[in-house]
Design a protein around this ligand. Structure first.
Ligand code: 13P
Ligand code: ZN
Length: 293
Protein backbone atom coordinates (compact mmCIF):
# COMPACT_ATOMS: atom_id res chain seq x y z
CA UNK A 1 0.00 0.00 0.00
CA UNK A 2 1.37 3.43 -0.99
CA UNK A 3 1.76 6.37 1.37
CA UNK A 4 -1.40 8.14 0.11
CA UNK A 5 -3.45 4.94 0.56
CA UNK A 6 -2.24 4.74 4.16
CA UNK A 7 -3.28 8.35 4.74
CA UNK A 8 -6.72 7.73 3.21
CA UNK A 9 -7.19 4.56 5.30
CA UNK A 10 -6.23 6.36 8.51
CA UNK A 11 -8.60 9.20 7.62
CA UNK A 12 -11.47 6.76 7.12
CA UNK A 13 -10.79 5.14 10.48
CA UNK A 14 -10.74 8.47 12.26
CA UNK A 15 -13.98 9.46 10.59
CA UNK A 16 -15.78 6.26 11.59
CA UNK A 17 -19.18 7.62 12.48
CA UNK A 18 -21.19 6.45 15.45
CA UNK A 19 -24.94 6.82 15.62
CA UNK A 20 -26.33 9.28 18.15
CA UNK A 21 -26.60 7.39 21.45
CA UNK A 22 -29.68 9.38 22.44
CA UNK A 23 -31.50 7.80 19.50
CA UNK A 24 -30.62 4.24 20.61
CA UNK A 25 -33.74 2.15 21.31
CA UNK A 26 -32.31 0.95 24.63
CA UNK A 27 -31.79 4.54 25.88
CA UNK A 28 -35.35 5.39 24.85
CA UNK A 29 -36.69 2.29 26.60
CA UNK A 30 -34.91 3.26 29.82
CA UNK A 31 -36.24 6.84 29.58
CA UNK A 32 -39.80 5.72 28.87
CA UNK A 33 -39.79 3.07 31.60
CA UNK A 34 -38.41 5.41 34.27
CA UNK A 35 -40.99 8.04 33.27
CA UNK A 36 -43.80 5.48 33.52
CA UNK A 37 -42.63 4.19 36.88
CA UNK A 38 -42.43 7.74 38.21
CA UNK A 39 -45.85 8.60 36.79
CA UNK A 40 -47.35 5.58 38.54
CA UNK A 41 -45.92 6.72 41.87
CA UNK A 42 -43.68 3.69 42.23
CA UNK A 43 -40.41 5.62 42.36
CA UNK A 44 -40.37 8.66 44.58
CA UNK A 45 -37.18 10.73 44.76
CA UNK A 46 -34.30 8.34 43.90
CA UNK A 47 -36.35 5.24 44.78
CA UNK A 48 -35.88 2.28 42.44
CA UNK A 49 -33.24 1.23 39.95
CA UNK A 50 -33.02 -0.64 36.64
CA UNK A 51 -30.25 -2.55 34.90
CA UNK A 52 -30.59 -3.79 31.33
CA UNK A 53 -28.02 -6.06 29.70
CA UNK A 54 -27.18 -4.88 26.17
CA UNK A 55 -25.84 -6.54 23.07
CA UNK A 56 -22.20 -5.52 22.58
CA UNK A 57 -22.59 -5.30 18.81
CA UNK A 58 -25.58 -3.02 19.12
CA UNK A 59 -23.82 -0.74 21.61
CA UNK A 60 -20.82 -0.64 19.24
CA UNK A 61 -23.00 1.14 16.68
CA UNK A 62 -23.28 4.07 19.08
CA UNK A 63 -20.16 4.09 21.24
CA UNK A 64 -16.44 3.46 20.86
CA UNK A 65 -16.09 0.40 23.08
CA UNK A 66 -12.36 1.10 23.51
CA UNK A 67 -13.05 4.47 25.09
CA UNK A 68 -13.40 3.94 28.85
CA UNK A 69 -14.29 7.28 30.46
CA UNK A 70 -13.46 6.11 34.01
CA UNK A 71 -13.67 3.07 36.23
CA UNK A 72 -16.33 3.01 38.96
CA UNK A 73 -15.90 0.84 42.07
CA UNK A 74 -18.92 -1.11 43.29
CA UNK A 75 -20.61 0.29 46.39
CA UNK A 76 -21.56 -1.49 49.57
CA UNK A 77 -20.11 -4.91 48.85
CA UNK A 78 -17.13 -6.73 50.15
CA UNK A 79 -15.30 -7.41 46.86
CA UNK A 80 -13.58 -10.48 48.34
CA UNK A 81 -16.96 -12.11 48.92
CA UNK A 82 -18.51 -11.10 45.62
CA UNK A 83 -17.69 -12.98 42.45
CA UNK A 84 -19.13 -11.59 39.24
CA UNK A 85 -16.85 -13.52 36.86
CA UNK A 86 -19.75 -14.77 34.68
CA UNK A 87 -20.64 -11.15 33.86
CA UNK A 88 -17.15 -9.85 33.03
CA UNK A 89 -17.24 -7.98 29.72
CA UNK A 90 -21.03 -7.70 29.71
CA UNK A 91 -22.46 -4.25 29.04
CA UNK A 92 -25.41 -2.76 30.96
CA UNK A 93 -27.36 0.44 30.86
CA UNK A 94 -28.17 1.29 34.46
CA UNK A 95 -29.72 4.03 36.58
CA UNK A 96 -27.42 6.12 38.78
CA UNK A 97 -27.34 6.14 42.55
CA UNK A 98 -29.26 9.04 44.06
CA UNK A 99 -30.76 9.94 40.69
CA UNK A 100 -34.46 10.72 40.41
CA UNK A 101 -36.54 8.64 37.97
CA UNK A 102 -38.51 11.85 37.38
CA UNK A 103 -35.44 13.40 35.71
CA UNK A 104 -34.20 10.53 33.53
CA UNK A 105 -36.17 11.39 30.40
CA UNK A 106 -35.02 15.02 30.23
CA UNK A 107 -31.39 14.27 31.02
CA UNK A 108 -30.46 10.66 30.34
CA UNK A 109 -26.74 11.41 30.09
CA UNK A 110 -26.60 12.53 33.74
CA UNK A 111 -29.03 10.03 35.25
CA UNK A 112 -28.08 6.88 33.31
CA UNK A 113 -24.79 5.17 32.54
CA UNK A 114 -23.61 2.50 30.14
CA UNK A 115 -21.03 0.34 31.89
CA UNK A 116 -18.99 -2.79 31.18
CA UNK A 117 -18.16 -5.20 34.00
CA UNK A 118 -14.40 -5.08 34.57
CA UNK A 119 -12.35 -8.22 35.23
CA UNK A 120 -11.18 -9.29 38.69
CA UNK A 121 -13.91 -7.49 40.68
CA UNK A 122 -12.43 -4.13 39.75
CA UNK A 123 -15.83 -2.48 39.39
CA UNK A 124 -17.28 -1.26 36.13
CA UNK A 125 -15.91 0.68 33.16
CA UNK A 126 -18.00 3.69 32.21
CA UNK A 127 -18.58 3.94 28.44
CA UNK A 128 -21.22 6.69 28.49
CA UNK A 129 -23.35 8.76 30.88
CA UNK A 130 -23.12 9.71 34.59
CA UNK A 131 -21.79 12.96 33.19
CA UNK A 132 -21.81 14.80 36.54
CA UNK A 133 -19.43 12.21 38.04
CA UNK A 134 -22.30 9.94 39.09
CA UNK A 135 -22.11 6.23 39.80
CA UNK A 136 -24.17 3.09 39.24
CA UNK A 137 -27.08 2.45 41.62
CA UNK A 138 -26.03 1.39 45.11
CA UNK A 139 -27.91 -1.80 44.34
CA UNK A 140 -25.89 -2.72 41.26
CA UNK A 141 -24.14 -5.60 43.09
CA UNK A 142 -27.59 -7.01 43.96
CA UNK A 143 -28.65 -6.54 40.34
CA UNK A 144 -25.52 -8.38 39.17
CA UNK A 145 -26.19 -11.26 41.57
CA UNK A 146 -29.79 -11.41 40.29
CA UNK A 147 -28.66 -11.32 36.64
CA UNK A 148 -26.29 -14.24 37.32
CA UNK A 149 -29.03 -16.21 39.08
CA UNK A 150 -31.68 -15.57 36.42
CA UNK A 151 -29.31 -16.28 33.50
CA UNK A 152 -28.81 -19.78 34.92
CA UNK A 153 -32.58 -20.36 34.79
CA UNK A 154 -33.30 -18.32 31.66
CA UNK A 155 -30.35 -17.54 29.35
CA UNK A 156 -32.46 -14.81 27.72
CA UNK A 157 -32.97 -12.79 30.91
CA UNK A 158 -31.82 -9.19 30.38
CA UNK A 159 -33.58 -6.91 32.85
CA UNK A 160 -33.53 -6.48 36.63
CA UNK A 161 -35.87 -3.82 38.00
CA UNK A 162 -36.34 -2.57 41.56
CA UNK A 163 -39.21 -0.32 42.60
CA UNK A 164 -41.33 0.88 45.54
CA UNK A 165 -44.91 0.39 44.25
CA UNK A 166 -47.38 1.94 46.67
CA UNK A 167 -50.04 -0.72 47.12
CA UNK A 168 -47.56 -3.60 47.15
CA UNK A 169 -45.79 -1.81 49.99
CA UNK A 170 -49.06 -1.06 51.79
CA UNK A 171 -50.00 -4.73 51.57
CA UNK A 172 -46.71 -5.65 53.29
CA UNK A 173 -47.97 -3.96 56.46
CA UNK A 174 -51.31 -5.70 56.70
CA UNK A 175 -50.88 -9.12 55.07
CA UNK A 176 -48.83 -11.98 56.46
CA UNK A 177 -45.48 -12.20 54.69
CA UNK A 178 -45.61 -15.86 53.85
CA UNK A 179 -44.85 -16.65 50.18
CA UNK A 180 -47.70 -19.10 49.74
CA UNK A 181 -50.40 -17.01 51.35
CA UNK A 182 -49.15 -13.69 49.84
CA UNK A 183 -48.96 -15.19 46.33
CA UNK A 184 -52.37 -16.83 46.75
CA UNK A 185 -53.97 -13.56 47.84
CA UNK A 186 -52.47 -11.77 44.80
CA UNK A 187 -53.70 -14.53 42.48
CA UNK A 188 -57.22 -14.12 43.90
CA UNK A 189 -57.29 -10.38 43.15
CA UNK A 190 -57.23 -10.43 39.32
CA UNK A 191 -58.11 -13.30 37.04
CA UNK A 192 -54.89 -13.09 35.03
CA UNK A 193 -52.45 -12.94 37.96
CA UNK A 194 -51.86 -16.69 38.10
CA UNK A 195 -51.14 -16.73 34.37
CA UNK A 196 -48.76 -13.73 34.52
CA UNK A 197 -46.74 -14.95 37.52
CA UNK A 198 -47.62 -18.63 37.93
CA UNK A 199 -44.54 -19.25 40.08
CA UNK A 200 -45.88 -16.77 42.67
CA UNK A 201 -43.72 -14.19 44.41
CA UNK A 202 -40.75 -14.73 46.68
CA UNK A 203 -40.52 -12.69 49.88
CA UNK A 204 -37.57 -11.55 51.94
CA UNK A 205 -38.01 -10.16 55.45
CA UNK A 206 -36.92 -6.56 56.01
CA UNK A 207 -33.15 -6.45 55.46
CA UNK A 208 -30.55 -3.73 55.09
CA UNK A 209 -30.37 -2.78 51.40
CA UNK A 210 -27.16 -2.25 49.41
CA UNK A 211 -25.34 -5.15 51.11
CA UNK A 212 -23.91 -8.52 50.02
CA UNK A 213 -26.45 -10.25 52.30
CA UNK A 214 -29.60 -8.84 50.69
CA UNK A 215 -28.07 -9.34 47.24
CA UNK A 216 -27.32 -12.99 47.90
CA UNK A 217 -30.73 -13.58 49.48
CA UNK A 218 -32.53 -11.93 46.53
CA UNK A 219 -30.49 -13.91 44.00
CA UNK A 220 -31.30 -17.16 45.85
CA UNK A 221 -35.01 -16.36 45.58
CA UNK A 222 -34.55 -15.53 41.89
CA UNK A 223 -33.76 -19.18 41.17
CA UNK A 224 -37.48 -19.86 41.72
CA UNK A 225 -39.20 -16.52 41.25
CA UNK A 226 -39.03 -13.59 38.79
CA UNK A 227 -40.57 -11.40 41.49
CA UNK A 228 -39.12 -10.90 44.96
CA UNK A 229 -40.80 -8.66 47.53
CA UNK A 230 -38.45 -6.87 49.91
CA UNK A 231 -40.71 -6.53 52.94
CA UNK A 232 -41.56 -2.92 53.85
CA UNK A 233 -39.24 -1.69 51.09
CA UNK A 234 -40.35 -2.68 47.59
CA UNK A 235 -40.04 -5.31 44.92
CA UNK A 236 -37.51 -6.79 42.48
CA UNK A 237 -38.53 -8.07 39.07
CA UNK A 238 -36.59 -9.95 36.38
CA UNK A 239 -37.36 -10.60 32.73
CA UNK A 240 -36.21 -11.03 29.15
CA UNK A 241 -37.44 -7.59 28.14
CA UNK A 242 -38.30 -4.28 29.74
CA UNK A 243 -42.00 -4.88 28.94
CA UNK A 244 -42.04 -8.31 30.56
CA UNK A 245 -40.32 -7.06 33.71
CA UNK A 246 -42.42 -3.92 34.00
CA UNK A 247 -45.57 -5.97 33.31
CA UNK A 248 -44.76 -8.37 36.14
CA UNK A 249 -44.42 -5.60 38.71
CA UNK A 250 -47.43 -3.78 37.25
CA UNK A 251 -49.60 -6.88 37.64
CA UNK A 252 -48.55 -7.46 41.26
CA UNK A 253 -49.17 -3.79 42.00
CA UNK A 254 -52.65 -3.91 40.43
CA UNK A 255 -53.54 -6.99 42.50
CA UNK A 256 -52.17 -5.36 45.66
CA UNK A 257 -54.25 -2.26 44.91
CA UNK A 258 -57.43 -4.32 44.67
CA UNK A 259 -56.49 -6.07 47.89
CA UNK A 260 -55.98 -2.74 49.67
CA UNK A 261 -59.31 -1.43 48.29
CA UNK A 262 -61.18 -4.44 49.64
CA UNK A 263 -59.24 -5.80 52.64
CA UNK A 264 -61.30 -3.84 55.16
CA UNK A 265 -64.65 -4.80 53.58
CA UNK A 266 -66.59 -8.04 54.02
CA UNK A 267 -65.48 -10.45 51.28
CA UNK A 268 -68.49 -11.93 49.52
CA UNK A 269 -66.89 -13.30 46.34
CA UNK A 270 -63.52 -14.58 45.25
CA UNK A 271 -61.77 -16.51 42.48
CA UNK A 272 -61.53 -20.00 43.90
CA UNK A 273 -58.70 -22.49 43.46
CA UNK A 274 -60.68 -24.65 41.04
CA UNK A 275 -61.15 -21.65 38.73
CA UNK A 276 -57.45 -20.81 38.93
CA UNK A 277 -56.58 -24.38 37.96
CA UNK A 278 -58.85 -24.09 34.92
CA UNK A 279 -57.02 -20.90 33.94
CA UNK A 280 -53.51 -22.33 34.12
CA UNK A 281 -54.64 -25.43 32.27
CA UNK A 282 -56.21 -23.33 29.53
CA UNK A 283 -53.05 -21.23 29.16
CA UNK A 284 -50.81 -24.28 29.54
CA UNK A 285 -48.53 -22.71 32.18
CA UNK A 286 -46.54 -24.47 34.89
CA UNK A 287 -47.47 -23.07 38.29
CA UNK A 288 -46.59 -23.45 41.96
CA UNK A 289 -49.05 -26.22 42.74
CA UNK A 290 -48.24 -26.10 46.46
CA UNK A 291 -49.40 -22.44 46.52
CA UNK A 292 -52.98 -23.54 45.71
CA UNK A 293 -55.24 -25.45 48.06
P1 13P B 1 -30.14 4.16 44.43
O1 13P B 1 -30.45 5.63 44.38
O2 13P B 1 -28.73 3.89 44.90
O3 13P B 1 -30.46 3.47 43.13
O4 13P B 1 -31.07 3.49 45.55
C1 13P B 1 -32.47 3.59 45.44
C2 13P B 1 -33.18 2.52 46.17
O5 13P B 1 -34.33 2.22 45.84
C3 13P B 1 -32.53 1.82 47.29
O6 13P B 1 -33.24 0.68 47.63
ZN1 ZN C 1 -35.36 0.67 47.10
Amino acid sequence: MGFMDEVRKAGKEIKRAFNDILSAPFVKEMCDTCANMYRLGWDERNGGNISYMLDEKEVGEYLDLNNVIRTIPLMGVNAAEFDCTPLVGKIFIVTGTGKYFKNVKDDPETNLGIVRIAPANKGVELLWGFKDGGRTTSEFPTHMMCHMARLKVDPENRVIMHSHPTHTLAMNYVHELDEKSFSHTLWEMCTECIVVFPEGVGILPWMLCGTNEIGEATARKMRDFRLVVWAMHGIYGAGKTMDETFGLIETVEKAAQIYMLTAHLPRINTINDEDMKKLVELFGVEYRKDFLG
